[in-house]
Design a protein around this ligand. Structure first.
Ligand code: NOJ
Length: 771
C-alpha cells in the first residue's frame, strides 16, 4: 500500500516539474502538461469523519458550481467606505449572489454584521461569510512584535497575546486571524523577520504551538466560543529563505533543509490544531509555493493529514503568471487548485475560470468539492451557521486594564540586555536628573509592524519620556531629540549633548521606525538609520554615563558605538505599553531575562550568520588562512543566538544524562534520555535565566549543524538559589530528515554532543551515544 502511494507521489512530482518547464519553453502544449499534472495529483487524505460532516455533505449537495467556486473566493474589504459604500459594493454583490466565501480586513460588530446579513439573508443558500484579519500581535492591545516575544524564550507570552487578541477581535466580528507567522529565517535584512520567531526551528515551533493555543484554545471544538479565533500557519513554506533577504525573492532549498529548518514549526502548529494554512509568495526550487503539489498536497495534506483549509496569500494565485509558472489566469487557477490551495485571496481566477476548467477536465469536481468542504467545515466549526452575527453591545472597543498589564509584562519580559558595564543599569529611581534623547524618546510609534491604523490612532504606544518621568518622580527629566530617525540633519545634536551634560545619566532611545521593518521592508544596510550613530557618539563624548535603548524590528549591526556605550538594552518594538515596559527594565522593577532569537551580525556583509550552521570542511582557524572566514572581520557574530545578560549572574553547571547510551530502536519506540542541568543564581538579586540545551551529531550521513537547540527553559531564581532543570531528548531531537522527498527521518548510530548553558555558545558538554 505504502509502495503504491509512493509511486503516485513520485509521478506527481515529475508531472509538476514537467508542466512548469514545458510551459516556459513552449515545447509541450499547455493542455498536455496540464492534463498530466491534474491526473497525477495524489488523492486527498482519507474521507473526513468530523462532527460537521453530515451537514457539510448535505449543503454541498445543494450547491451549484458557481456557489461552490464562490466559497473559494476571498475579497478584501475597504476600510474607507464601509457598508453600503461605493468601494464595498462589489463585495456586497458577490455576497448576495453566493459568489463569496470570505472577506478580509473587515472588523467592527456593526460593519461585519451588516455584510453578514447580506450573505445569510439574501443569498440563495444563506451560507455565512468567514471574516479574516491580520491580527498579528494584537487587535486593540498591541503586544510586542513576534520577534520580541520569541526573545522572551517563554511561549506562554504568545499564548496570552493570542488569548487577548482573540477575545478583542472576535467581539468585533473577526473569525480568523492570519497568524501566527512561523517562517524560520537567517536573514536580518528581511523585514519580515519582525513577524517571525527568528532563526531557530525548535524555538519557533514552541511559539507557533503556543500562539495557536492562545487563539483557538487547547482543545478541538472551542472555535465557536465568543473569545476564539481560527489561526493560520503561514507562510507555507520556506519564505524566510528569500535570497538576499529581499522580500518575495526566490528560495531554493534541499529537501533536508526544507524538512529540518522550515517545516517543523508548521508541523508543530498542526499538532496544536491550527485550522488553516497560508501559502507563501516564494518559489521553492523553481516551483511557486502557490502551485507546489509537493509541499501543499504531498506533505501538508498527505503526509501530515492536514484537514483544514489552505488559503492563498494576497494575489498569490495571480502571481503564478509573473513567476513564469502559469500562462494566464485560467492556468493559474488550475495549477493552484490542483496543487492544494483551497481559497483565493483577492485575485479572482478560480471564480472566473473554474467552470471552464471543470468542463475541460483540467480541474476535477472532486477536488473542487474537497476544497469547498474544507471551507464549510471551518464555518461550521466556528459556529457561523448557528450564530452568524456578533452581539453589537458586547463589542470590545478598547484594551482592558488586564490586557494592558499583559502587554506591559510581555514587553519587559522580551527585552534583552546586551551590555551592562559597571552596573550602569538599573538606573536609580532617585536620580536627581535624567536626560532622554533620541528620535524615539518622545515617540508613540513603537507598536511595530502590522498594526491596524485604527489601533495606531486610538491606542498608540506609551512614550519612554512619559514613563521615565513616572518611574523617577523626583528627577528633573529633560528631553532633546538630537536627530531624526532617518534624516541626515545634525543640528539638534548640541541640544542633546547639553541635556546629557546636565544630567546624572542619559537614556538614548534609537532604532528603526516600524515602517522600515515588516512586509516589503527589506534593508541592505541594517545599521541604525540616519544619523543616530552620530548622536550616540556625541553623547559618549560627554564622558557621562548613558544607556542606549534600541527599538527595532530586526537584528541590527552595531558598529563602533558598542564600545562607547556603557549599557545597551534591546527593547524591540514593544507595543502599546512600550514606554512603561522599557522603564520597568531600566529602573530594575523587572530584571531582564530575554535572549536573542536571532544572531546579530557584525556587518551586513557577514549575512547569513547563524548559530545552527554546518561546520564546512575547513572550519575557522585563526592560524590558518585557508579556513572559512572573512579577512576583514573578527570571526563569529556580534551577539550570538540565545545571548542575553541580567542584572544578576547565573551559573549553569555540568549536564548529567540518565544514561550515556540509547539504542536507535528504543528512540524510535518513544524512549528518551533525561538531561539534568543545575542552575544557580550567583548574584545578589532575583532574576531569570534561560537554560538552553543544544545537540550536535558528530558524524552523520548528512552534515549536521554545529549545534541545534533541542530544549530551553526560562526559570526565575531568587539570589543565591539553585535548581535543577530537566530536559528529555527523544527521537525528534536526535534524528534528522534526509533528502528523500517522501520524508525519511533518520536516527543514526554514533556520538551526540549535548551542550548546556545560557547561550548558543554554551560550553558545558556531555556525550550521548546512540548505539
Ligand atoms: C500579505 C502577507 O504576506 C500576509 O502575511 C497577509 O496575511 C496578507 N497579505 C493579508 O493581509
Amino acid at each position: 500500500m505504502a509502495g503504491i502511494q509512493r509511486r503516485t507521489v513520485l509521478a506527481a512530482v515529475g508531472g509538476t516539474v514537467a508542466a512548469g518547464g514545458a510551459v516556459g519553453s513552449g515545447l509541450m502544449g499547455s493542455g498536455t502538461a496540464h492534463a498530466a499534472q491534474s491526473a497525477a495529483v495524489p488523492a486527498p487524505a482519507k474521507a473526513h469523519s468530523g462532527p460537521h460532516e453530515a451537514k457539510v455533505r448535505s449543503l454541498l449537495a445543494r450547491m451549484t458550481v458557481e456557489e461552490k467556486l464562490g466559497q473559494l473566493q476571498q475579497l478584501p474589504w475597504s476600510y474607507n467606505t464601509g457598508p453600503g459604500g461605493a468601494e464595498t459594493k462589489d463585495v456586497e454583490d458577490a455576497a448576495r449572489k453566493g459568489r463569496l466565501g470570505s472577506v478580509l480586513s473587515i472588523f467592527g460588530a456593526r460593519s461585519s454584521n451588516a455584510l453578514q446579513r447580506i450573505a445569510v439573508e439574501e443569498s440563495r443558500l444563506g451560507i455565512p461569510l468567514l471574516f479574516g484579519l491580520d491580527v498579528i500581535h494584537g487587535f486593540w492591545t498591541t503586544f510586542p512584535i513576534p520577534l520580541a516575544q520569541a526573545a522572551s524564550f517563554d511561549p506562554e507570552v504568545s499564548k496570552r497575546d493570542g488569548e487577548v487578541s482573540a477575545k478583542e477581535a472576535r467581539s468585533n466580528g473577526v473569525h480568523w486571524t492570519f497568524a501566527p507567522m512561523m517562517d524560520v529565517t537567517h536573514e536580518p535584512r528581511w523585514g519580515r523577520i519582525a513577524e517571525s520567531c527568528g532563526e531557530d526551528p525548535h524555538l519557533t515551533s514552541a511559539f507557533a504551538a503556543a500562539k495557536v493555543h492562545g487563539y483557538q484554545g487547547k482543545n478541538a471544538g472551542e472555535l465557536d466560543a465568543k473569545d476564539r479565533l481560527a489561526a493560520c500557519a503561514k507562510h507555507f513554506v520556506a519564505y524566510g529563505g528569500a535570497e538576499g533577504g529581499r522580500d518575495y525573492n526566490t528560495v531554493d532549498v534541499s529537501e533536508s533543509r526544507l524538512r529540518n529548518f522550515y517545516l517543523p514549526p508548521f508541523k508543530a502548529a498542526l499538532d496544536a490544531g491550527v485550522a488553516t494554512v497560508m501559502a507563501s509568495f516564494n518559489t521553492i526550487g523553481g516551483v511557486p509555493a502557490h502551485g507546489n503539489t509537493h509541499t501543499l498536497t504531498e506533505i501538508l495534506k498527505g503526509e501530515w493529514g492536514f484537514d483544514g483549509m489552505v488559503v492563498s496569500d494576497w494575489t498569490g494565485v495571480q502571481e503564478l503568471i509573473a513567476h513564469g509558472f502559469a500562462e494566464d489566469g485560467a492556468d493559474a487557477a488550475r495549477l493552484t487548485l490542483n496543487a492544494g490551495v483551497d481559497m483565493e485571496m483577492t485575485s479572482t481566477n478560480l471564480v472566473a475560470h473554474g467552470k471552464q476548467l471543470l468542463k475541460s477536465g483540467r480541474i476535477k469536481a472532486d477536488r473542487l468539492d474537497e476544497a469547498v468542504s474544507r471551507i464549510l467545515r471551518l464555518k461550521f466549526a466556528l459556529g457561523l451557521f448557528a450564530h452568524p452575527y456578533v452581539e453589537e453591545s458586547a463589542e470590545i472597543t478598547e484594551p482592558s486594564k488586564q490586557a494592558r498589564a499583559a502587554a506591559r509584562e510581555t514587553g519587559a519580559r522580551s527585552m534583552v540586555l546586551l551590555k551592562n558595564e559597571d552596573d550602569t543599569l538599573p538606573l536609580s529611581a532617585s536620580a536627581s536628573s535624567i536626560a532622554v534623547v533620541g528620535p524615539f524618546g518622545d515617540s508613540s510609534d513603537l507598536l511595530g509592524t502590522w498594526v491596524m491604523p485604527a489601533a495606531q490612532e486610538k491606542f498608540p504606544s506609551v512614550k519612554v519620556l512619559d514613563a521615565v518621568r513616572k518611574a523617577a518622580p523626583g528627577a528633573k527629566v529633560r528631553y532633546a531629540r538630537g536627530v531624526d530617525a532617518e534624516g541626515k540633519d545634525l543640528s539638534g545634536i548640541p541640544e542633546a549633548v547639553a541635556a546629557a551634560k546636565a544630567a546624572d545619566v542619559t537614556v538614548v532611545v534609537v532604532g528603526e521606525p516600524p515602517a522600515i521593518s515588516g512586509e516589503a521592508a527589506a534593508r541592505s544596510d541594517i545599521s541604525l538609520p540616519g544619523a543616530q550613530e552620530k548622536l550616540i557618539a556625541a553623547v559618549a563624548e560627554t564622558g557621562k554615563p548613558f544607556v542606549v535603548v534600541l527599538v527595532n524590528g530586526r537584528p541590527l549591526t552595531i558598529g563602533g558605538w558598542l564600545e562607547q556605550a556603557p549599557a545597551v538594552l534591546e527593547a524591540w518594538h514593544p507595543g502599546v505599553e512600550a514606554g512603561n515596559a522599557i522603564a520597568d527594565v531600566l529602573f530594575g522593577a523587572v530584571n531582564p531575562g530575554g535572549k536573542l532569537p536571532a544572531t546579530f551580525p557584525r556587518s551586513a556583509g557577514q549575512i547569513p550568520v547563524y548559530y545552527n550552521h554546518e561546520n564546512t570542511g575547513r572550519p575557522y582557524d585563526p592560524d590558518n588562512k585557508y579556513t572559512s572566514k572573512y579577512l576583514d572581520l573578527p570571526h563569529g557574530p556580534q551577539f550570538a543566538f540565545g545571548f542575553g545578560l541580567s542584572y544578576t549572574t547565573f551559573e549553569v553547571g555540568e549536564p548529567r544524562l540518565s544514561g550515556s547510551r540509547i539504542a536507535a530502536g528504543a528512540l524510535r519506540k518513544g524512549d528518551t534520555v533525561e538531561v539534568a542541568v543545575p542552575v544557580t543564581n550567583t548574584g545578589e538579586r532575583a532574576g531569570d535565566e534561560v537554560v538552553q540545551l543544544y545537540v550536535h551529531d558528530r558524524a552523520a550521513s548528512i552534515a549536521q549543524p554545529v549545534r541545534r537547540l533541542a530544549g530551553f527553559r526560562r526559570v526565575g531564581l531568587a539570589a543565591g538559589k539553585s535548581r535543577t532543570v530537566r530536559f528529555r531528548l527523544g527521537a525528534a531531537d536526535l534524528g534528522f530528515w534526509s533528502n528523500d522527498p517522501h520524508g525519511e527521518f533518520r536516527i543514526e548510530p554514533g556520538a551526540i554532543d549535548v551542550y548546556v548553558g545560557n547561550s548558543s555558545q554554551a560550553e558545558a558538554k556531555v556525550t550521548l551515544t546512540i548505539g
